[in-house]
Design a protein around this ligand. Sequence first.
Ligand SMILES: *[C@@H]1O[C@H](CO)[C@@H](O)[C@H](O)[C@H]1NC(C)=O
Ligand SMILES: *[C@@H]1O[C@H](CO)[C@@H](O)[C@H](O)[C@H]1NC(C)=O
Ligand SMILES: *[C@@H]1O[C@H](CO)[C@@H](O)[C@H](O)[C@H]1NC(C)=O
Ligand SMILES: *[C@@H]1O[C@H](CO)[C@@H](O)[C@H](O)[C@H]1NC(C)=O
Length: 501
Amino acid sequence: MITSHFPKYVAVFALFVLSVGALDTFIAAVYEHAVLLPNRTETPVPKEEALLLMNKNIDVLEKAVKLAARQGAHIIVTPEDGIYGWVFTRETIYPYLEDIPHPEVNWIPCRDPRRFGYTPVQDRLSCLAKDNSIYVVANIGDKKPCNASDPQCPPDGHYQYNTDVVFDSEGRLVARYHKYNLFAPEIQFDFPKDLELVTFDTPFGKFGIFTCFDIFSHDPAVLVVDEFQVDSVLYPTAWYNTLPLLSAVSFHSAWARAMRVNLLAANTHNTSMHMTGSGIYAPEAVKVYHYDMETESGQLMLSELKSRPRSEPTYPAAVNWAAYARGVKPFPSEQSDFPGMIYFDEFTFTELKRNTGNYTVCQKDLCCHLTYKMSEKRTDEVYALGAFDGLHTVEGQCYLQICTLLKCQTTDLRTCGEPVGSAFTRFGEFSLSGTFGTSYVFPQLILSGSQLAPERHYEVSRDGRLRSRDRVPLPVLVMALYGRVFEKDPPRLGQGPGKLQ
Ligand SMILES: *[C@@H]1O[C@H](CO)[C@@H](O)[C@H](O)[C@H]1NC(C)=O
Ligand SMILES: *[C@@H]1O[C@H](CO)[C@@H](O)[C@H](O)[C@H]1NC(C)=O
Ligand SMILES: *[C@@H]1O[C@H](CO)[C@@H](O)[C@H](O)[C@H]1NC(C)=O
Ligand SMILES: *[C@@H]1O[C@H](CO)[C@@H](O)[C@H](O)[C@H]1NC(C)=O
């Protein structure tokens, strides 16, 4: 088991529970923020210039916080990198960092701004929370001095961490989370030595928190849900969409559904970087989402969520992902399989040749079964069923088992797996399943224009089939069962603690 790779982890529990009555539901808000980027990131800027830029971003976030609070929101999530942007080096991020204390110090920066040195960003975020009586979740940079007594201390004498902070509705710092699985290009930050599982209690349920690339991990993403039974997860991200399988709203909503928790996902917005896609996802349904490749504007979303979904009658049952697929014989195949790449992984594909049919495609231990009916077999569009069972090794390592039905970019089979935006072929019936060797499978259904399919049109059955519900013909772009086999992962998704040197 992957967990056995870690000798220890730090569990951070809620220290300050409000004695207010419990709420059955709450209003969640997420803000997709078009981050104002620094003028330069190749050479260090003076602290005042860094602060000027951060304050400009907080000015925008402040408007969203106020608007959300006026509409009754209890908590608002803002994106990863939302206060200073990206493409830094270790040296050029430094003026943007603050020393962020452990929440056990019981600190309301807005009341006591000088207690831990010069912390203008934390002071301002705390005041935003306090003055508007709302929990505020933000992503900022932490710096922690170290010296030669610590053999891993970087030569410049401090650690730098990608950090989420949460201020409660009184402005108190109640959570601090150091991103554990850094994405490979994040050279400006250090990997924390120990895994942190950060949770805190509120009158509207128990919360966990992690950041962006962590969502592919067992630790902390799965662990914080399975071990601590949190109700809702706070998720700042800076996610660039890469179809077919890694579109933000589709992946994040699939994760919430499979893990059976609320997920509040706030993404950055920058269309040239393909960054868009935020939402509020409940275990049984997508509550609200935003995907916008047309404008450069931010967007506030609000939705009511159940505070403790696990104790609701509507709480979905656990899925046995291989139950159906292991019980059926592979459908006989009439034509040859062919290879195709999806985001550096070589899938085995087979083409759907008719308007109705049964197909099986296998790779290693994984066999994917599809039964489908199209309204018509168009000559200008080609669909393929694909299987992948292997270690993904680019930008971090993770072991995947994936079944996918997708539209090929052109009618040339060599383009199967390449991104494509629109589809005209409609599927009235479908059932996709696979012989997964994991219970962590994230089901996705993306329609033409990168829109999510409404839940009324499809379902995930308890025996692991992603299938149509009402025969309404859907213009399917991608359908996928995205499985993670954590047991076969290397110790950490990112490049490992070697980065500390
Ligand atoms: C970036 O440059 C513009 C134009 O020179 C200037 O007005 C602005 O204040 C600068 N922004 C920051 C954060 O320094
Ligand atoms: C070095 O770091 C340790 C632990 O952080 C601290 O206790 C000690 O005072 C530091 N020593 C010097 C010389 O700064
Ligand atoms: C989007 O990000 C790119 C790359 O960092 C940057 O060059 C561009 O100015 C950004 N666009 C906007 C509208 O900020
Ligand atoms: C697909 O399989 C089902 C039974 O699993 C069968 O009823 C149906 O006729 C098959 N369809 C085709 C086109 O072979």
